[in-house]
Design a protein around this ligand. Structure first.
Ligand SMILES: Nc1ncnc2c1ncn2[C@@H]1O[C@H](COP(=O)(O)OP(=O)(O)O)[C@@H](O)[C@H]1O
Ligand SMILES: [Mg+2]
Length: 230
């Protein structure tokens, strides 16, 4: 579904991503784990052409490397950025409506699907997004991205700053989503990500140091030492 070849991102002379290759199969969860500053966010931004990059991004057989971000979104890729950016002064329902701006005909059906998928949001549809808990805002950010009916959902550190119990809940929903779409999950929380992923890549200083089935990475000594606390 997604093929990344020799992707490089430079900020001036700083090399953030140094020629990585990645592959995402349809209806799987692929995770890219790595510590702070490894180049994870730069990789996602490069996929949607929001930063200057070189290399190739192929989506469903089509080279989208040179396409503008808005067209990439229309092709079926949605990105939930770091820091769960929701419209804090709009209600839950208004946030969902914004997510459907290019998909108006399906708005009501999708909105109802989101309330089924995220029961926590259903009870708060008229509440301002800024008054939701961190976990609920993350759920709303994901739900809003889903309103455009993407085929590939990319999540940038959805667990950041959330209590462990809520991380579990958010990740259960992500697992549930795998039945209908493909997910590229970026995480510092390697343990939570590898538990739900099918395949994982480890990013270190802009380079892929390991690529394997998620279950193998969970058992890998090096990964355990560096990312799973022993
Ligand atoms: N806009 C930018 N300008 C300059 N350097 C940046 C910029 N964004 C990120 N970087 C640098 O690129 C490297 C990778 O950052 P990033 O992709 O945000 O990593 P991660 O998401 O894994 O924490 C870091 O060294 C960071 O300081
Ligand atoms: Mg980041």
């Amino acid at each position: 579904m997604l093929d990344i070849k020799n992707l490089q991102v430079y900020y001036g002379v700083i090399a953030a991503v140094r020629g990585i290759d990645m592959h995402v199969d349809p209806n799987t969860i692929v995770t890219l784990i790595g510590s702070n500053g490894a180049g994870k966010t730069s990789t996602l931004n490069a996929i949607v052409n929001a930063v200057k990059k070189s290399g190739q991004v192929i989506f469903d057989g089509k080279d989208i490397s040179k396409e503008p971000t808005h067209r990439i979104v229309r092709e079926g890729i949605a990105l939930v950025p770091e820091g769960r950016r929701v419209f804090i002064n709009l209600t839950v329902e208004e946030n969902l409506r914004m997510g459907a701006f290019n998909n108006d005909a399906n708005y009501e059906r999708l909105r109802d699907e989101m309330y089924t998928l995220f029961p926590r949001l259903a009870g708060k549809r008229e509440q301002k997004a800024g008054t939701l808990s961190g976990g609920e805002q993350q759920m709303l950010a994901i739900a809003r991205a889903l309103m455009s009916e993407p085929r590939l959902l990319m999540l940038d550190e959805p667990s950041l700053g959330l209590a462990p119990k809520i991380v579990g809940e958010v990740f259960e929903i992500i697992t549930e989503l795998k039945k209908r779409i493909t997910i590229l999950l970026i995480e510092q929380n390697a343990f939570a990500a590898l538990k739900i992923a099918d395949f994982g890549y480890v990013l270190e200083n802009g380079t892929i140091s390991l690529a394997d089935k998620a279950s193998n990475l969970l058992g890998n000594d090096e990964v355990r030492k560096k990312y799973l606390g022993g």
